[in-house]
Write a new protein. Structure first.
Length: 410
């Protein structure tokens, strides 16, 4: 089986095939991340059956996020060399096998191995490779197209989570994991067969030449050269902070609402609003990125979230929580859409998969640390004020660092 899809071996006759690739990438994101974000509905059944602590159970999800980021560094490099078909196919196998193995969990190390490692590594073959591939196919509408693909995460949350909940109610969590795993295996592997390496006579105009794709600061010979630049490390630090703020809030906003006196249904509605808003937020921020550039869109997202956090701590009303969920979704969307675009604006497209993987890994480190830090502060203080105020402070610091990023809008 040839996974490399080199232009010399296969030149796509249809100049509009890149739009089909966007659709396929969207489907991959819906399935892969929709199932991953449905972990919450399996959370209580796992606790009820095994009696594990919440920290012990949620630790597997944090490990999966870390594995996704770590593996994404290598998957991005493999995608640069061999194309997305190989990477996404391996991803489908790992995800499908991981979820089917989850149906056989009997001890806590099974949970960490199957979910934290196998599924986490499977996820690493989704976001970075498909986003990098789509980024190379478009120049003028790159932000919109990457926004559409990234919005698959939100769409997956809206559709896969209710399906998983229904399946658990009628058949139990073990049968649900087996069914979802089989479906994931089939859908992603079949989808991967339609992905193409972004080369060929119809793809070349979408990729900038070596003389135009790199900014004056970032004329890099290889990905290792970029690691020696201050700009890349600044971006990595920024996205570590961004991940800490976004996921600390995402994990703890519902408990915060319950602690503030709101019902569990009202608290759950916050996450529902977030999921629905995230779908549209990524498309809107993608369009804004095309028009304004990555830096101002990302700065606006962080700035709005910081202000909304302070507002949330001062005004404890339900409508404020719902409004905050929308703002939070747009800040989340601005970051996830910005990662591939800001890399292309600063370092071009030649090593885009490798560099996007590095930046995404930084974000995943923040995503893993943020919820743990917020929970630790809650255990010490007995409330969420210190956690959310620290998130607001970190958001302000992140905004200042963003202002020092130097990009060149394509």
């Amino acid at each position: 089986m040839n996974y490399q899809d080199n232009a010399s071996c296969r030149i796509e006759p249809n100049p509009y095939y890149r739009y089909i690739i966007v659709s396929i990438a969207f489907i991959v994101m819906v399935i892969a991340w929709g199932v991953n974000y449905s972990f919450g509905v399996f959370f209580t059944p796992l606790l009820d059956e095994f009696g594990w602590t919440r920290a012990m159970t949620s630790g597997a999800f944090s490990l999966a996020m870390f594995s996704e980021g770590f593996g994404g560094v290598f998957m991005g490099r493999i995608c640069d060399r061999f194309g997305p078909r190989l990477v996404v196919s391996v991803c489908g196998i790992l995800l499908g096998m991981g979820y089917m193995l989850m149906s056989q969990v009997s001890t806590v190390w099974h949970l960490y191995l199957f979910y934290g490692v196998v599924i986490g590594m499977g996820l690493s073959g989704t976001y970075v490779p498909v986003i990098s591939t789509v980024s190379k196919l478009f120049k003028r509408r790159r932000g919109l197209m990457t926004g559409i693909v990234s919005s698959g995460m939100g769409a997956g949350t809206l559709f896969v989570t209710p399906f998983a909940t229904w399946l658990i109610l009628i058949k139990g969590w073990r049968f649900s994991y087996m069914t979802i795993g089989l479906a994931t295996l089939i859908i992603i592997i079949v989808s991967a067969r339609f992905l193409r390496r972004p080369e060929g006579k119809h793809f070349v105009p979408a990729i900038q030449s070596k003389t135009t794709q790199l900014t004056s600061e970032s004329s890099i010979e290889n990905a290792n050269t970029a690691l020696k630049t201050f700009s890349l490390w600044l971006i990595c630090i920024v996205f570590i902070c961004w991940g800490m703020v976004i996921f600390a809030i995402l994990v703890h906003i519902a408990p915060y609402a319950i602690e503030a006196g709101f019902s569990k249904i009202e608290a759950a509605n916050i996450l529902t609003i977030f999921g629905g808003s995230a779908f549209f937020a990524k498309i809107i921020t993608g369009i804004a990125t095309d028009r304004l550039g990555s830096k101002p869109v990302f700065a606006m997202g962080i700035g709005m979230l910081t202000i909304a956090l302070i507002m949330l701590l001062i005004i404890k009303e339900l409508w404020v929580l719902y409004l905050f969920a929308v703002v939070h979704a747009f800040s989340y969307g601005s970051g996830s859409v910005t990662i591939p675009n800001i890399v292309s604006e600063m370092f071009g497209l030649q090593f885009h998969g490798s560099l996007t993987g590095i930046v995404n890994f930084s974000a995943c480190i923040g995503c893993a640390i943020g919820p743990l830090a917020a929970g630790w502060l809650f255990d010490i203080t007995g409330n969420y004020y210190a956690s959310f105020m620290s998130a607001a402070l970190l958001g302000g610091i992140t905004l200042i660092m963003v202002l020092f990023i130097k990009t060149k809008k394509n």
